[in-house]
Design a protein around this ligand. Structure first.
Ligand code: IMP
Ligand code: MG
Length: 183
């Protein structure tokens, strides 16, 4: 598994301090509000479970699943595979994402959630790849780290469902996804 990584981009220790800092900011910003964290399965689960423990105010969580990626190249088609369990009206919704890439997933999710009348809707993404953005209207409110347009794995992020359990973020060797390209 480690042989498939080009190099570590964000270490376990760095991730811990990034997440702690985000948690502290969110704690201050959402004091007295009805905070609902919505995580986009499956990639954001590792980040979500760490982040929620760094938020020191009451909150609830829910999950949503979309599909848009096959291998390392976006198909451009996003669909809901699993919807939320509860109504979000009057909730202060914070979408927790692993990575913001083209912006298609978050643009689709925010447009759906806005129709359900939340009290507020913001985006927290661990990683942001601004150079890969296709939909410019998606602007994250909280960003853990800005990265170059490279394919990363670990800490929840996968390539073909693998590598999610790596405790750090690494750049995937190009040969791994170029040899396996499905496009
Ligand atoms: P977007 O819709 O293009 O913004 O893509 C968002 C989704 O694509 C993320 O939630 C990830 O699941 C996946 N994705 C984008 N870039 C990467 C990457 O570098 N590594 C792993 N997954 C990625
Ligand atoms: Mg994802």
């Amino acid at each position: 598994m480690l042989n498939d990584a080009e190099r570590v981009l964000i270490s376990e220790e760095e991730l811990h301090s990034v997440v702690k800092e985000l948690g502290a900011k969110i704690t201050e910003d959402y004091r007295g509000k009805n905070l609902l964290l919505i995580s986009v399965l499956k990639g954001a689960v590792v980040f979500m479970t760490d982040l929620m423990r760094e938020i020191k105010i009451p909150l609830t969580i829910d999950f949503m699943a979309t599909s848009s990626y096959e291998g390392a190249h976006s198909t451009g088609v996003v669909k809901i595979v699993k919807d939320l369990d509860r109504d979000i009206e009057n909730m202060d919704v914070l979408i927790v994402e692993d990575i913001l890439d083209s912006g298609r997933t978050l643009s689709y999710i925010t447009s759906i959630l806005l129709k359900r009348n939340p009290a507020s809707l913001k985006i927290c993404t661990l990683l942001d790849k601004p150079k890969a953005r296709v939909i410019d209207s998606v602007v994250p409110d909280y960003v853990g780290a800005v990265i170059e347009d490279e394919f990363v794995i670990g800490y929840g992020l996968d390539y073909d469902e693998k590598y999610r359990n790596l405790p750090f973020i690494a750049i995937l060797k190009r040969e791994i996804y170029e040899n396996n390209s499905k496009e």
